[in-house]
Design a protein around this ligand. Structure first.
Ligand code: C5P
Length: 221
């Protein structure tokens, strides 16, 4: 495809979401938050009382779930099966459910075409774990963002505190390490940089600084 894609992969808490939104805005490109798709399926499953160990029901649920992003000035609203699930989507419960569901190969396969459909002119910034390795292997620009687990836990803690959610830092760190291990060790689409990705360690860097580094990798526009 001639439509350019910039993939930005990395673990949770690497600041990906915010960075990708800024980069997409600066480029004037579309933005795919692939984690939100997995989270949305997790939420739809919980609404339908589907057990996270019931793989075949989860695969059916993936096909039955509709997900819409409503762009606004702020964070986009995410509408799941016609209901605004934006706040529920960001919870640790939804993240954990997403991570469990994301280990099911048929669920990943079911979401593949849906993700590729976001590739529209003038370009796409794709945010996730396997954007550069599996979904858009032909992307012209690939970035892998990292940050120390401690820093990611702190960022997440700050984010949640601002939203009035009370969680402990050690608890968050444990969850982040557990999720990292699950995402990196699963058999299908494990979290790893594409061979042709540029890694950026964001520990100690501001959002703006990372955005500038990512944009500096793009050819002059
Ligand atoms: O990025 P986010 O934290 O929203 O993703 C939630 C979970 O969904 C991740 O922990 C990961 O297990 C899964 N995921 C994935 N592949 C993607 C995006 C997210 O497996 N492309």
């Amino acid at each position: 495809s001639a439509i350019p894609v910039l993939t930005i992969d990395g673990p949770s808490g690497s600041g990906k979401g915010t960075i990708c939104r800024h980069v997409a805005r600066r480029l004037g490109w579309h933005y795919l938050d692939s984690g939100a798709l997995y989270r949305a399926v997790g939420i739809a499953a919980s609404w339908n009382d589907i057990d996270l160990s019931d793989a075949s029901a989860l695969v059916r649920c993936t096909f039955d779930t509709t997900i819409d992003f409503q762009e606004g000035d702020d964070e986009p609203r995410v509408i799941v099966n016609g209901m605004d699930a934006t706040d529920e989507l960001r919870t640790e419960t939804a993240g954990a459910a997403a991570s469990a569901i994301a280990a099911i190969p048929e669920v990943r396969a079911a979401l593949k075409d849906a993700q590729r459909a976001y590739r529209r002119p003038p370009g796409l910034v794709a945010d996730g774990r396997d954007m550069g390795t599996v979904i858009f292997p032909d992307a012209a620009h690939k970035v892998f963002l990292t940050a120390s687990a401690e820093e990611r836990a702190e960022r997440r803690h700050k984010q949640l505190s601002e939203k009035g959610v009370s969680v402990t830092l050690p608890g968050l760190l444990r969850e982040i390490l557990a999720r990292d291990a699950r995402d990196a060790n699963r058999a299908v689409a494990p979290l790893r940089p594409a061979d042709d990705a540029v890694s950026i360690d964001t520990t100690g860097l501001s959002i703006e600084a990372v955005v500038e580094r990512v944009l500096a990798l793009m050819p002059a526009r």
